[in-house]
Design a protein around this ligand. Structure first.
Ligand code: ZN
Length: 536
């Protein structure tokens, strides 16, 4: 008879097989499914989801987990798998069938009414259905349970152990440190980026995307790229991780950085340990860590001067007419322009976090029962005025822009910002560990960085949660000053913000190879750390 742990592993793999089959059906739905196939496809996905759920909440499996949890012969990693699976099991079995059905009904109604509201550009159409979702999410938070704030229960659904007490100081930092930088930039001379909107033929962009992915280290023997409306990454095992992209012929940026972003997600999935398939130790650590991998490649690498030092001549070859008179420095500045915009997904590297801050504050207020659906639009618009200085011109570019709430996903948005914060801190650690990282990148050598990420992040799967992983890799808990320092240094340089203080001298120090990497944040280390400890 197989050992208890073997039985556990087999069960987990069986469930993973079903979920990965569902993922493949989803991938197909987003890429190749003919229109008429949609309704049976929805049914097929629902059937398989039901089977996977029932396999998992089986009481015999619960008893097996209990037995394993009390065994002393398991290795540390095996025990971690049991503890994590037990947590997932306890959560999944907390809900009655009645509640699950009620929620799925409310969510499909809300999604439908969100689509209708978008067509009419009218939030009022969406508000009643959204209120039902809000009521259910509030009920769900009570069922899951929390210690301090009901929003904590929602956050934990997307980022294990994340709480309001931890996030509040981070977003306070965004208000206190990032907002002034953004305001300063708004006074600076505008950067010309019109050449990024010339015509870039689809075929040539597609080829560039493949070249970029290959160059980053994406394994095409263990994945492929296709076209979809919204770019995404999906994985069926570390040996089959697929990315999608979209191409806008009048926008060089759209495909390029979404390709690097999804490539970052995919590199993480391809780097997860194959032998841990189906187990927590074979899954990503968290959504925020996943996002840190995509953003590290997209922003810290893919929007750096070093990276384009190598790659710019290549795109000049591909698009000789479009970039004929463009110099590397103009290109670098153009791809890093900062200006307020109403749409989160189109935001620059800095404003992005103000968009998330707004959603964080609103969701927190929803769970605290301080606001209901009928007053959300007013709250939304007021916050855009306060933080971005712009007012949504209509509901489409305002409160109706995101799909998340119509899916019942409340508590998801913060993981996007956390991704950037983790990315900055992880990148600073990589700069410390890899000799001359920036000069390697300027020669087009990305392999060392990928190997470092594989060893320090990817191979651990979910064995460590985000916070533990962050401490392990960087030596300290998440500290937003790494992101603030990175952003300040980078954008002060791009926008010549120190020009006046230096008596007309442009501070080029940040253009050069960064010496003493990673040390820059040491002095501020205590801020984030202290705040966090206090709130734990
Ligand atoms: Zn992402």
């Amino acid at each position: 008879m197989p050992s208890y742990y073997d039985q556990y592993r087999e069960k987990q793999r069986k469930i993973a097989d079903i979920y990965n089959a569902i993922a493949l059906l989803h991938w197909d739905k987003e890429t190749y499914l003919p229109n008429k196939g949609a309704s049976f496809r929805a049914q097929q996905i629902a059937t398989l989801s039901g089977i996977a759920h029932n396999e998992f909440v089986d009481s015999r499996f619960g008893r097996l987990l209990n037995r394993l949890a009390n065994m002393t012969i398991l290795s540390e990693k095996e025990m971690k798998n049991i503890v994590l699976t037990q947590k997932d099991y306890d959560k999944a079995t907390k809900f009655t069938d009645e509640f699950v059905k009620k929620k799925s009904l409310a969510v499909s109604e809300a999604y439908h009414s969100w689509i209708e509201a978008r067509k009419a550009n009218d939030y009022e159409i969406f508000a009643p259905a959204l209120q039902k979702v809000i009521d259910i999410i509030r009920e769900e938070a009570e069922i899951i349970g929390y210690t301090d704030h009901p929003y904590d229960a929602c956050l934990d659904n997307y980022e294990a152990e994340m709480t309001v007490a931890i996030l509040d100081p981070f977003f306070e930092g965004i208000k206190n440190d990032l907002k002034p930088l953004v305001d300063k930039i708004s006074q600076a001379k505008k950067i010309d980026k019109s050449f990024l909107h010339k015509t870039f033929p689809k075929e040539a962009q597609w080829e560039l995307g493949l070249e970029v992915l290959t160059h980053l280290g994406y394994d095409f023997e263990a994945g492929r790229q296709d076209i979809s409306t919204h770019p995404f990454t999906t994985s069926f095992s570390p040996q089959d991780v697929r990315v999608t992209t979209r191409i806008d012929e009048n926008d060089f940026s759209n495909m390029t950085w979404s390709c690097i972003h999804e490539g970052g997600h995919a590199l993480y999935e391809q780097g997860l340990p194959v032998d841990q398939y189906g187990l927590p130790s074979g899954q990503a650590a968290s959504l925020a860590i996943h996002e840190s991998q995509s953003r590290l490649w997209e922003n810290n690498v893919g929007r750096s001067r070093e990276y384009w030092n190598f790659f710019f001549p290549k795109i000049k070859e591909r698009f000789p007419k479009q970039f004929k008179k463009v110099k590397l420095d103009n290109f670098y500045r153009a791809i890093n322009t900062v200006s307020p915009n109403l749409i989160r997904t189109e935001a620059d590297e800095l404003h992005y976090h103000l968009h998330v801050l707004i959603r964080y504050e609103i969701e927190k207020a929803i769970l605290a029962k301080e606001v209901d659906a009928k007053d959300l639009k007013e709250m939304w618009n007021a916050k855009y005025e306060e933080y971005l200085g712009i007012n949504p011109t209509d509901d489409l570019s305002g409160i109706l822009q995101d799909i998340h709430w119509s899916h019942g996903s409340i508590g998801y948005f913060p993981t996007y910002s956390l991704g950037s914060f983790y990315a900055a801190q992880i990148y600073a650690a990589a700069e410390k560990d890899i000799p001359k990282l920036s000069s390697l990148l300027s020669k087009g050598k990305t392999k060392q960085l990928l190997e470092w990420l594989r060893t320090n992040i990817h191979k651990h799967g979910r064995t460590y949660n985000a916070e533990e992983l962050c401490e392990l890799v960087t030596g300290e808990p998440l500290n937003t000053s790494y992101f603030i320092d990175y952003a300040t240094k980078k954008f002060e340089d791009i926008y010549d913000l120190n020009k006046k203080e230096k008596g007309g001298q442009i501070d080029k120090s940040t253009n050069k190879e960064k010496g003493g990497k990673g040390k820059k944040s040491k002095k501020k280390k205590s801020t984030g750390k202290k705040k966090k400890k206090k709130n734990k």
